[in-house]
Design a protein around this ligand. Structure first.
Ligand code: CU
Length: 66
């Protein structure tokens, strides 16, 4: 299961925004965001490029750090 590190999340509202943004990407499902670790995990039903994910996160004001 892919895991990404996200910088800038501080509350459950951020978690909800990130979850929504990731879920909206075609091919990504079962998104789980861990606020304390600053991580998101998800499943891919089809390959999704790192850039697509980074763009979606950057667009809502956070940063993918790995
Ligand atoms: Cu927040």
């Amino acid at each position: 299961m892919p895991t990404i590190k996200i910088k800038g999340m501080s509350c459950q509202h951020c978690v909800a925004s990130v979850t929504k943004a990731l879920t909206a990407i075609a091919g990504i499902g079962d998104v789980k965001v861990d606020l304390e670790k600053g991580e998101a995990t998800f499943t891919e039903s089809s390959p999704v490029s790192q850039n697509t994910i980074k763009d979606a996160i950057t667009k809502i004001g956070f940063e993918v750090v790995s």
